[in-house]
Design a binder for this molecule. Structure first.
Ligand code: A2H
Length: 257
């Protein structure tokens, strides 16, 4: 929001196994051998080691879009697909072929591969009510060590797994990976802020916005990597390096809006 361009890193999370609710809507739409990727947009590529799950808005509408015929498909909001069609992400300028339409709730439970994540068997797609249709791709990868929103949502999902009709173990929240050390908040910045600010629920929007601001500034300007290929470097230095590594591996691309 505001003036200027937001430069996101769009990450490619390959579908390993569709949730039951998605199967009938995807069946026959993706040719055999075709791969579908969930594509979260992030401003913090250097934290991707800690991905524990990935969020969609349960009430939002998404499409599966053909990026490369028969081969590669992206799960995105319609708005993001349209923007990407004007950023040379689709092969034909302005064209974004949609092969299926789903609700976020349909895909909850889907297992995806998250590049760089320590969870090598994959992460699950889970619901987050605060995902906005008007920002990024409508898909948000979760990093509970460094994002207060993600941490608060994961705690809530784990606590009320039955209510959300998910399995508690899908959240993978019991061993949070420290990625960044900061002088003020230690190495689990989001957990520290959520606890000390007494944030009790993902609905505490005002406090979460404040925590997000504090976490972002402290992490970016004073954080040091304590995990990954750029361990020991400052976050400011590591961020473009991790982003480039992901892009070079074919696991991410630039997306602006
Ligand atoms: B960030 P900005 Cl570790 N709705 O990625 C709600 N939130 C969204 C979104 C949407 N449609 N699309 C992206 N986001 C989140 C990592 C992260 C992020 C960390 C720490 C802070 C942080 C892991 N989640 O964001 O409004 C995504 O979460 C706080 C700055 O465009 C994305 O980066 O400034 C960030 O919000 C984009 O927010």
């Amino acid at each position: 929001e505001g003036i200027g361009v937001q430069e996101y890193t769009a990450l490619k999370l390959k579908v390993l196994e569709w949730a039951e609710g998605a199967k009938s809507k995807v069946e026959g739409k993706i040719p055999s051998g075709g791969e579908v990727y969930f594509v979260p947009a992030t401003l913090r590529p250097e934290t991707m080691y800690g991905q524990n799950c990935c969020f969609v808005g349960p009430h939002l509408t998404y499409g599966i879009y053909e990026i490369e015929k028969g081969k590669q498909y992206f799960f995105l909001s319609d708005r993001a697909a349209r923007n990407m069609a004007f950023q040379s992400i689709f092969p034909s300028w302005g064209v974004y072929p949609k092969v299926a339409e789903l609700q976020g709730s349909d895909v909850v439970g889907t297992l995806v591969n998250a590049p760089l994540s320590v969870h090598k068997n994959g992460v699950r797609i889970l619901p987050m009510d605060s995902v906005k249709a008007s920002k990024g791709t409508g898909v948000v990868t979760s990093v509970p060590s460094d994002s207060p929103d993600d941490y608060a949502t994961c705690l809530d999902l784990a606590k009320k797994a039955d209510f959300y009709k998910i399995k508690r173990e899908w959240v993978q929240i019991d061993d949070i990976l420290p990625i960044i050390e900061t002088p003020t908040y230690g190495n689990l910045t989001a957990k520290y802020l959520v606890e000390t600010m007494k944030i009790n629920s993902p609905k505490d929007a005002k406090q979460l916005a404040e925590a997000k601001d504090l976490a972002y500034k402290e992490g970016y300007y004073k954080g040091k990597m304590v995990y990954g290929d750029f361990k020991g470097k400052s976050v400011e230095d590591a961020k473009p390096l991790v982003r480039q590594e992901l892009i070079d591996a074919g696991d991410a691309f630039n997306y602006a809006e």
